[in-house]
Ligand binder design. Structure first.
Ligand code: PMP
Length: 360
């Protein structure tokens, strides 16, 4: 099979050894003669899988004991609603930092549940940077402060996590969870759709400090209440069993590579390789302010739409696929999540060099 490097923003590349293991176990999980997909979520075998997935995530992210790990469906987008529903308490107001399209979607949903104050925004800068945050502006009675640690579309990332004091910090880590080491104790809640750095689509991971559970005012539907998941170890109803199984394998893979710190080191190398070339290039540009550059999603462009199109076509024919930028930004975007090997980034840089020489 021809070597393909998939730069999709999500669902995205999964580690090859994981896919091979899935393939090997697809028809008969551990010699049982049935697939994980065909197994009851109440079976001992599946309970082992979900417990091991939680155990590995706790270990890899060093999650303190006073945090619950929840496996939920509905994508990160459902969390845009569940967070305000569950956490907006007496004060009924929360702060959001607006750093791009996904933050804006989160804000829109939160506004349906309570009052939203924009603590900082880089909208006027076209979201090419992470705005500075004045933490002294935060009313200590607020329900929480929401940030998007990595902005998948704009290619920015928080390099400094704001200290919000007693007010819980809530983070959308959909596109950079497990890619760099975070101190979980600085956050009240972390959430991430699985389909970039965790596993297949269909699963969302929520890590929440226990004291934030049960503080909502209104009676919530069971499936929208974090307590339901916390009290049943995410087995209140049928969870997305197959994505949880693949997630467990991805987490094992990260552990075997040396954990999140080792992953971060490789991710920094991969990102530098591409940024260094773009910075030297006379043809390719990345418009993000240097300090705010993402390690996971790197948008870039040439000087013309015509050249962008040519680049994308030729890249595709060389096995460098899904490099098209988001429809809102145009140009190109290389998503280089954990599972993208450094060889893939090197192949992209080699091709960009060649393309530049031939088209100038
Ligand atoms: N937040 C961020 C940062 C994302 O990148 C995405 C998906 N690309 C979402 C939220 C929405 O996730 P989902 O499609 O799982 O609802």
């Amino acid at each position: 099979m021809e070597q393909i490097y998939n730069f999709s923003a999500g669902p995205s590349v999964l580690p090859k050894p994981v896919l091979e293991k899935v393939q090997k176990e697809l028809l008969s999980y551990q010699g049982l003669g049935i697939s994980v997909m065909e197994m009851s979520h109440r079976s001992g075998h599946f309970e082992e899988i979900i417990q091991q997935a939680e155990h590995l995530l706790r270990k890899l992210m060093n999650i303190p004991d006073n945090y619950k790990v929840l496996f939920i469906q509905g994508g990160a987008s459902l969390q845009f609603s569940m967070i305000p529903m569950n956490l907006m308490q007496q004060s009924q107001h929360a702060y959001y930092v607006n750093t791009g399209s996904w933050s804006e979607k989160a804000i829109k949903e939160a506004e349906k549940q309570g009052e939203v104050n924009i603590l900082a925004s880089s909208k006027d800068e076209n979201f090419t940077e992470i705005p500075s945050i004045n933490t002294s502006d935060i009313d200590p009675d607020a329900a929480y402060v929401h940030i998007t640690t990595n902005n998948t579309i704009e290619g920015t990332r928080f390099t400094d996590i704001p200290d919000t004091g007693e007010v819980p910090l809530v983070a959308d880590m959909s596109s950079n969870i497990l890619s760099e080491a975070y101190d979980v104790s600085k956050f009240g809640l972390i959430y991430a759709g699985a389909q970039k750095n965790i596993g297949p689509a269909g699963l969302t991971v929520v890590i929440v400090r226990e004291d934030l559970l049960g503080t909502h005012q209104k009676e919530l539907p069971s499936m929208l209440n974090y307590e339901t998941y916390a009290n049943s170890r995410s087995l209140f109803n049928t969870p997305p069993t197959f994505p949880i199984y693949v997630t467990q394998l991805v987490l094992e893979w990260i552990q075997e590579l040396g954990g999140v710190e080792a992953m971060e080191k490789i991710n920094r190398e991969k990102a530098s390789l591409l940024y260094n070339f773009i910075d030297e290039s006379l043809m390719f540009k990345n418009h993000v302010q240097e300090e705010s550059r993402s390690l996971m999603n790197i948008p870039f462009t040439t000087e013309s739409e015509e050249l962008n199109k040519k680049f994308l076509e030729e890249a595709h024919s060389k096995g460098l696929v899904t490099l098209k930028g988001h429809r809102s930004t145009g140009g190109m975007r290389a998503s280089i999540y954990n599972a993208m090997p450094i060889e893939g980034v090197q192949a992209l840089v080699d091709f960009m060099k060649e393309f530049e020489v031939e088209n100038r």
